[in-house]
Ligand binder design. Structure first.
Ligand code: BYC
Length: 472
């Protein structure tokens, strides 16, 4: 479906046919732009950035590239095409036609899901707003801004649903999305990871890899929803999300690659004095960001998740491809949990363990990406393996909250945890060291000392292309 760019709010939902909705969204738009100018990337709002913009939502050529000043980016409302005769694929309503309107009995929970999803989008822009000042290259700066404008668009995606389907409550929630602030003590963002700082580019790449990947799994589950407008919105968001994951995975991979290069060049494991980041520090950052992101899936046992599923609102990852009854009322799941000082597996109703099922899909994906980083290390003939810590490591939500679990999955007493945690998590000194490397590099084709150049440029452009121009 082609996107109409002639309107104030670009869209492919025939917004002009619904004057009330159009007016409501046009009334929300200035607040969004105000939020963007206050909380979006600082310092660079006047630059010309080589950005992609959606032109249509089908697989071929949905994007067009060109220079845009970020405040002029055409944020809008883009839903994937409807599938004819789509049926609800799971839960108590399995096999019934999907809903085009919100079913009254599920209004509250559906709104809560949409608000929680929507809240993460502006939060991540807020978390990343200072990063531009210390970019390792113009290529990376452009990628950061691309991710930021698209997170802004993902906020529009959820705000559209709130305005179009939830009346006055929805409009109030849409306003509140512009009022909460990441890390603010009085009015924080909803989920834990979105109130953490993203102080440096290594943290940013880790965030884009691990935390955005939670986004992929949550959006994929919502893309299965029986509420069709939500499913279609999430389907298109997933295509944008893929680039964010690329930025994260390739970013960490390039840091690893540069470290290995310095290790070989100087015959040492300690590359910090040559302007690189030691693999041991990279490992600590992995431990931190992975564990924060695991918390985003919620408690292992959740009646909320069971209710979302039974009601047909939120499915599993690749629900449609799974070969089971899609109702799970008779199925059990072997849940890992701490018990009497060890980690055991206990059978639980599968319906209650759906957050854990989604976490399993996520962990398998993180494992595959980790293997790709380890391949870079092996190819450089360096003897080191990056690892994902145990799923119980440093958790704040669910069965493992408050339990001291080592990266290998051993439960240890508090005193030992206090003694050893600096081996596993970034220390103040590690963070200060990484921060000390964060000096801006803005000459076209140049890259900071701690990161390798990418293998290719954006949209077939060369690496020394002017990805961001008119710098302040
Ligand atoms: N921090 O039964 P429980 C993304 C709350 S990322 C704070 O355990 P439930 C993106 C929970 O809200 C994807 N609170 O969990 C990435 C509940 O509170 P209420 C975001 C937490 O409800 C990067 C209570 O604890 N999308 O897109 O089954 C850049 C008990 O809940 C946390 C979604 O999350 C936490 N970590 O599942 C940009 C999808 N975990 O309701 C974007 C929508 C739980 O009792 N959200 N709580 O007040 C959901 O599906 C669910 O809300 C959750 C939690 C999976 C988050």
């Amino acid at each position: 479906m082609t996107i109409n760019y002639s309107e104030r709010i670009p869209n492919n939902v025939n917004l002009a046919d619904d004057r009330r909705l159009q007016r409501a969204l046009e009334a929300w738009q200035p607040g969004f732009l105000q939020w963007w100018s206050e909380m979006g990337p600082e310092t660079f709002q006047g630059c010309d950035v080589y950005l992609r913009t959606a032109t249509s939502t089908d697989a071929e050529g949905w994007a067009t590239f060109g220079y845009v000043k970020m405040p002029d980016y055409r944020w809008g409302i883009f839903l994937a095409d409807p599938q004819s005769d789509r049926k609800i694929g799971f839960g108590e309503h399995k096999g019934e036609p999907v809903w085009r309107e919100v079913p009254g009995e599920h209004r509250g929970v559906l709104r809560r899901l949409i608000v929680t999803q929507g809240d993460t989008e502006p939060a991540s822009v807020e978390q990343q707003r200072h990063l531009g000042r210390t970019c390792p290259s113009l290529y990376d700066l452009r990628n950061l801004f691309q991710v930021n404008v698209e997170e802004g668009r993902h906020l529009w995606a959820m705000v559209y649903l709130l305005h179009a389907y939830f009346g006055r409550d929805g409009r109030e929630e849409a306003d509140a999305l512009l009022q909460r602030r990441s890390g603010n003590a009085d009015n924080p963002r909803i989920l834990g990871a979105f109130n953490e700082k993203t102080p440096d580019w290594l943290s940013y790449f880790m965030f884009a890899h691990f935390t955005d990947r939670d986004g992929k799994y949550q959006l994929a589950s919502l893309a299965e929803s029986g509420f069709d407008p939500l499913a279609r919105t999430c389907r298109f968001m997933l295509t944008e999300e893929a680039h964010h994951l690329f930025v994260g995975e390739s970013g960490v991979g390039r840091v690893v690659s540069r470290t290995c290069q310095l290790m070989k060049e100087h015959h040492t494991d300690i590359v910090s004095k040559y302007g690189g980041i030691d693999l041991s520090i990279i490992q600590k950052y992995i431990n931190f960001h992975y564990s924060v992101s695991l918390d985003l899936f919620g408690s292992e046992l959740s009646t909320n998740a069971a209710n979302y599923y039974s009601a047909g609102l939120k499915g599993r990852f690749k629900e449609t491809d799974r070969d089971d009854d899609h109702q799970l009322t008779q199925t059990s799941y072997a849940l890992m949990k701490p018990q009497n000082g060890i980690i055991v597996k206990v059978d639980q109703p599968a319906l209650n363990a759906l957050n854990e099922t989604l976490r399993d899909s996520y962990i398998a994906d993180c494992d595959r990406a980790l293997a790709r980083w380890n391949k870079i290390i092996r190819e450089a003939q360096v003897d080191f393996d990056l690892k994902l810590p145990h799923r119980g490591f440093r958790r704040s939500i669910g069965e493992f909250a408050g339990v001291n679990v080592t990266p290998e999955g051993q439960i240890i007493p508090d005193a030992e945890w206090q003694q050893r945690k600096s081996d596993w998590l970034p220390t103040q000194a590690d963070r200060e060291f990484v921060a000390s490397l964060m000096k801006p590099v803005t000459a076209p084709g140049q890259f900071a000392s701690w990161i390798a150049p990418p293998t290719r440029g954006i949209n077939h452009q060369p690496l020394d292309f002017d990805y961001v121009t008119a710098l302040p």
